[in-house]
Design a protein around this ligand. Sequence first.
Ligand SMILES: NC(=O)c1ccc[n+]([C@@H]2O[C@H](COP(=O)([O-])OP(=O)(O)OC[C@H]3O[C@@H](n4cnc5c(N)ncnc54)[C@H](O)[C@@H]3O)[C@@H](O)[C@H]2O)c1
Ligand SMILES: C[N+](C)(C)CC=O
Length: 498
Amino acid sequence: MGQADLKRYQMYIGGEFVDATDQSYIETINPYTGETWALIPQGNETDVDQAFSAARKCYESPEWRSLTPTKRGKLLRKLAVTIEQNAEYLAKIETQDNGKLFKEMYTQLKSIPAWFEYFAGLADKVEGTVIPLDRQSVLNYTLREPLGVVACITPWNSPLLLATWKLAPAIAAGNTVVLKPSEYTSASTLEFAKIFDEVGFPKGTLNVVTGYGHTVGDLLSKHPLANKVAFTGGGETGRKVAMNAVSHFAKVSLELGGKSPNIVFADADLVAAESGVIAGIFAASGQTCVAGSRLFVERSIADEFIHKLVNRAKEIKLGDPTLPDTQMGPAATAAQLRKIEEYVDIARSEGARVRVGGERPTDPELSKGLFYKPTILTDVHNSMRICQEEVFGPVLSVIPFDSEEEVIKMANDTQYGLGAGIWTNNLKRAHRMARSIESGIVWVNTYRATAFNSPFGGYKSSGIGRESGLEAIYDFMQTKSVWIELSDEISDPFSIRT
Ligand SMILES: NC(=O)c1ccc[n+]([C@@H]2O[C@H](COP(=O)([O-])OP(=O)(O)OC[C@H]3O[C@@H](n4cnc5c(N)ncnc54)[C@H](O)[C@@H]3O)[C@@H](O)[C@H]2O)c1
Ligand SMILES: C[N+](C)(C)CC=O
């Protein structure tokens, strides 16, 4: 297909759909077929400036100021309904762009309205407090106010879900937004902009600028009109984004990567544990921030458990991500596939034994896609690079353990702290472990679960701040303390009143 025949997207700035000012595009590729299927505008500094000006103009407009929290809530609920009606269509686009299974993207898309409904409900429930000062002649109360314009930057693996986790609380809190999706998967966000446009928000509430991270993303995070930068992506990018944001004193939240432990005790329901471990690493081809990429299994059951996992991994059906019986799709990008291959090579060179996988499939039907076989490594130790660095692919490292103390030490011996799975039928142990693991989320006898009303985020290098749940809306607000003197007494101007 020539460029002229491809679908051409436009950015969304100030309520208008516009081309990039210099008319340039990025090709967006289907990682299963290898074909370019659409063109995404490649924004530049002028486009970014226009988006921030539109967002700020909207924020300062009488129309936005008169949009009470209840009215914002109503519009967010309307948006939720429209997304529900378009969920299948949006999910198809995401699968076409990132190669993840349609059934996973559709489940995600169908869940998105719940986030908009939840934050719609919260919009008019954020309250200030009255402070009982020792100085009784003064009324002191707090106001929770929006920040202004929020810059949001999202990755390719769950484009609209992760945009929603930022947009819903940001708008509910009364901010306007400039959003940049990943250059690999911008199409669904630009389709979402069309849906958003129909809902009736003031022009400039949401602005979507597309383009590369090192240009458009960099400009977003250092833009003087950004009062907060909400970022999801890799750690190195997160560091740059945070430095940019801090350089102009913008608030920042970071949802970064992980090296999450999945810990299986001998007393667990081993059938459930096996399923949870497989889901944790091979669902989404391991391309999830919470991938359970380190498996710690109690030594007394290790051999048999590994044997079963290996057999199960051999049966995983790779293929067309749009088909219902496919269990694993391709990697999202050629760079991602190279990274997976490199990490497995490094693990081999450090002494790991490949028990299954460890290569690309040779099946001719998969030859155009960016596939890598589900891979299980043993003979690894926790200090090896494969156990310390995020691969973001279908690669599981297995380490046996002998005691709770030993496994807690190994599980926590990482710079990351996003998710953790504990598999045990011992209630006391479950609670002990949940308290001992240094991570933002601990799942006991389940894995990868998320909800609109439960906080999501990382300890240590896995991030700053929380998305979803009550806490999330406060991250998009600032607190003002108001002091009102009620007495008529004139005070001495040179003595500070306490
Ligand atoms: N904790 C979470 O909730 C969560 C969720 C999903 C993904 N992730 C993490 O995201 C990573 C994978 O996503 P990715 O490869 O798209 O990450 P990435 O860091 O390469 O890119 C993320 C976003 O940042 C932009 N970007 C790139 N360079 C930039 C720069 N210099 N300045 C500003 N923006 C820039 C990209 O264009 C993209 O929009 C993994 O590390 C994964 O763990 C975390
Ligand atoms: C946030 N989540 C778990 C849906 C995708 C993370 O990569």
